[in-house]
Design a protein around this ligand. Structure first.
Ligand SMILES: CC(C)(COP(=O)(O)OP(=O)(O)OC[C@H]1O[C@@H](n2cnc3c(N)ncnc32)[C@H](O)[C@@H]1OP(=O)(O)O)[C@@H](O)C(=O)NCCC(=O)NCCS
Length: 230
């Protein structure tokens, strides 16, 4: 067998394995029967933040269980094994909802699972809160890409909820002092918003400009992080 042929056979094999994994994977709306996963969800979120060295709003198992209980979360399970998670938070008397805490266990990354979870939580948000604007703040290019494909647009923080409880969540992030310094006008995160009143159809074809996003992130980091160390 030529090298080219064996590479293509290997790729086919990897594709088949990834397809098989996707088939045993189920993504469901969470409920009380998933309480046992609250701990591993928190640990995986905290561990990933440590590895990335980025700021993150901390969540406790009790906090996660509340979201599981009220049916405002989706969980991905490979048999009984935890694979991924995301939940809905409601702000400003249901004027806004956020899809937060997206996490895919390291064993299941780069197989399109986050994309499927994001779509499920987005659909759940739209059906439970049809009039709410859906928003998120993120430093992650992956999340930015997925949001963009769902029809979110980048916005300034002034277009997001003013609910103090939401912004309180940032207090546990290591970059909180930046948000304070800028009087909540900007931070390392980018704000993204889906407005149901603006009928921009998400065709799934919209692509984020990764280069521009990375450039913006690096400008923000050099502006804000250097000040922090002075
Ligand atoms: C970010 C995360 C959720 C992605 O999960 P995943 O299942 O590997 O993502 P998918 O395979 O569905 O990929 C979705 C898209 O993001 C892109 N992507 C995935 N990881 C990426 C990364 N680290 N950097 C840039 N893009 C990335 C993929 O290429 C894909 O884009 P495409 O459609 O243009 O190819 C996962 O790595 C994770 O849990 N990380 C730690 C927690 C985290 O960062 N959460 C986000 C909070 S802001």
């Amino acid at each position: 067998m030529e090298i080219g042929e064996s590479i293509s056979a290997l790729k086919k094999h990897q594709f088949l394995i990834s397809n098989l994994k996707q088939h045993s994977m189920k993504i469901v709306i969470a409920n009380d029967s998933h309480f046992k996963y609250a701990e591993i969800i928190c640990d995986t979120i905290a561990e990933s933040a440590k590895v990335r060295g980025t700021g993150i709003a901390k969540r406790t198992p009790e906090y996660i269980q509340k979201r599981l209980h009220n049916g405002n979360a989706v969980i991905a399970l490979d048999g009984d094994k935890f694979a991924g998670f995301c939940y809905i938070e409601v702000w400003g008397h249901e004027k806004f909802v956020a899809n937060s805490g997206l996490i895919v266990h390291p064993d299941y990354r780069n197989q399109g699972l986050a994309k499927r979870i994001k779509k499920e939580i987005f659909n759940l948000s739209r059906s439970k809160f049809p009039d709410a604007k859906i928003f998120g703040i993120t430093t992650g290019l992956a999340v930015m890409k997925m949001n963009y494909e769902l029809g979110y647009k980048p916005v300034t923080f002034s277009e997001l909820t003013t609910d103090p409880e939401f912004w309180k969540g940032c207090q546990t992030c290591k970059n909180f002092d930046i948000l304070t310094r800028t009087e909540q006008k900007m931070c390392l995160c980018t704000g993204m918003l889906y407005d149901p009143a603006i009928k921009t159809k998400a065709s799934g074809m919209e692509k984020v400009n990764s280069k521009a996003f990375k450039r913006l992130k690096s400008i923000k980091e050099s502006l804000f992080l250097s000040k922090k160390t002075k």
